[in-house]
Design a protein around this ligand. Structure first.
Ligand code: AHG
Ligand code: MN
Ligand code: MN
Length: 338
């Protein structure tokens, strides 16, 4: 039998790859792993506890908030506050950033951004949801509290990013910029165990993932590309939880699209909490992520916490093909650099 490698053990081993590592990032990743286990427990027993359903509020970007979103949000904030390895957090569910005072007078150099529960409309019907996170090194004066500029860094400055998928099994996938690894939660021992080492996205795949219900609301070039996917007999899969849709594409290949619509002229998905962390992971796995206007997502300027972006991400050859369609059919000439 192969020896089991737990997430904690793997993270500590990897720390040795960075000769001057202080252990802070290691501690932070471990704490996020703990929060993921707590959220997982609640996701699994949500029906039993009668915490399913919509809370009487909306999130700061106007979307309806499910109760479990708030629970996951609270748990992540609580774990990170107690961690001592993080000086601030920004969450999709909070209007403003939250500064975290040093624990035991030990200043911390990292901030964490997260979407505590992604795909929350799936909760009531027992379909997969996820958590997305990203970690930045702070750029503000370490003597004071964290500041907004710590969170408004482009995605190319991410130190680490990951997601947790609460699916048929619970998986944690993360990268620190040296490849992507996946861990499956073994509920019998309560540990995330290394299950997918050095994940590589296939160059192409048989799936495309887009909310085709909005087809008529997309720009011509996107409609043409979607027609092409259909002409190629690709299979359409759309869960409505970006984590779940990206997870399939990461393993089986394909392309995920969330273009601009009339309702969401800038796209719907949030750059800081959703697009940047998942783009970092997809690129680290050999994939590509660009906006539907052909900018590399990770290079986008971030002007505010809840900024939205359009996105096309997944298998590299398919993203390149999408780019050709945009260049060919766009009403306004676009000359994507990448
Ligand atoms: P969240 O539940 O965090 O608000 O995110 C939902 C997001 C994303 O996960 C998903 O891909 C997309 O919204 C679905 O949007 P549509 O229902 O407009 O397709
Ligand atoms: Mn989300
Ligand atoms: Mn969410």
């Amino acid at each position: 039998m192969n020896r089991i490698v737990t997430l904690d053990e793997f993270i500590i081993r990897r720390q040795k790859d960075f000769p001057f590592a202080s252990g802070e990032l290691t501690g932070l990743l471990r704490d996020i792993g703990v929060a993921a286990k707590i959220v997982n427990r609640e996701v699994n027993k949500a029906g039993l506890l009668n915490i399913l359903g919509v809370a009487d509020s909306q999130n700061s970007t106007g979307d309806v908030v499910q109760k479990l979103d708030l629970y996951a949000n609270d748990k992540l904030i609580e774990c990170l506050k107690n961690s001592g390895e993080c000086c601030g957090v920004a969450s999709e569910e909070c209007e403003e950033l939250i500064a975290i005072p040093p624990v035991d007078d030990k200043p911390s150099k990292y901030v964490v951004v997260f979407d505590p529960l992604d795909g929350s409309s799936n909760i009531d019907v027992n379909v997969s949801v996820g958590t997305i996170f990203g970690i930045y090194r702070r750029v503000s004066d370490p003597a004071g509290p964290c500041a907004i500029e710590d969170f408004l860094q482009p995605g190319n400055q991410l130190v680490a990013a990951g997601y947790v998928l609460y699916g048929t099994s619970t998986l944690l996938v993360y990268t620190t910029g040296r490849g992507v690894n996946g861990f499956t939660l073994d509920p019998t021992i309560g540990e995330f165990c290394l299950s997918h080492q050095n994940i590589q996205i296939p160059a192409r795949g048989n799936y495309y993932s887009v909310n085709q219900g909005y087809y008529l609301k997309f720009d011509l070039e996107m409609r043409r590309y979607i027609d092409h996917c259909s002409d190629m007999n690709l299979m359409l899969r759309y869960i409505g939880s970006m984590v779940s849709d990206i997870h399939r594409i990461l393993f089986q290949g394909g392309i995920f699209l969330y273009p601009n619509t009339r309702k969401y002229p800038q796209g719907k998905l949030r750059l800081v909490y959703e697009c940047n962390p998942l783009s970092f992971i997809v690129e680290q796995a050999g994939g590509k992520a660009m906006t539907c206007q052909l900018e590399r997502v990770l290079d986008l300027e971030v002007n505010h916490l809840h900024q939205r972006a359009t996105i096309a991400m997944g298998s590299p050859d398919m993203v390149d093909e999408m780019k050709e369609f945009v260049q060919r059919y766009s009403a306004t000439p676009i000359f994507g650099k990448r």
